[in-house]
Design a protein around this ligand. Structure first.
Ligand SMILES: [Ca+2]
Length: 178
């Protein structure tokens, strides 16, 4: 998790350069700032592979220099002025609210990260809690795994029969006298 870091150079959350080839699983990048505003910067000649990532609140979420190779699978983008710059190859793009809790990285109700990840073989989360929850569901995107269910798209509810029982006639108000 890379949270609210400040840096005087590009890649305020993460800077990848040289022959580095990191593969990052279940990363939450939130509110990193400084320099050119990029949360992640991958320099020429370097490469990075991200799986199940939340990129939240950056001037530029992920920046790839010319000659960098950046591959991202199942990323939730929220609140960035610009999500990507340069050649970022993306599959499983997710949008919607990260809906973090007050700490800025745990997932709250309605988060678009809930159960939208790929099975990356990660058995727990940053709290040491089991991933996935409930067992057998798709993992959450980002560093936290929550037992919360994903938001449900608005759908028509099935019709339900309604039975109304009227009180016995004797208890009705008296009819007007004739
Ligand atoms: Ca958790």
């Amino acid at each position: 998790m890379l949270l609210a870091n400040r840096a005087g150079s590009a890649g305020s959350g993460l800077y990848v350069a040289g022959s580095a080839r990191p593969a990052l699983l279940h990363t939450t990048l939130s509110g990193n700032s400084g320099s050119d505003g990029s949360g992640v910067y991958v320099a020429a000649g370097a490469a990075a592979v991200f799986t199940n990532t939340i990129v939240y609140s950056h001037t530029v979420g992920v920046a790839a220099a010319a000659g960098a190779v950046v591959t991202m699978a199942n990323t939730l983008w929220d609140g960035n002025a610009t999500d990507t710059s340069g050649a970022v190859v993306e599959t499983g793009r997710l949008t919607g609210s990260a809906a973090f809790t007050a700490d800025g990285y745990h997932l709250g109700p309605g988060s678009a990260a809930l159960e939208r990840g790929l099975d990356a073989g990660v058995a727990d989360d940053l709290d040491g809690e089991a991933r996935s929850q409930p067992a057998g569901t798709a993992p959450d995107v980002g560093a936290d795994e929550s037992p919360l269910a994903p938001p449900v798209a608005a759908t028509a509810q099935p019709a339900t029969a309604v039975t109304v029982t009227l009180p016995a006639r004797a208890s009705w108000p008296c009819p007007p006298a004739w």
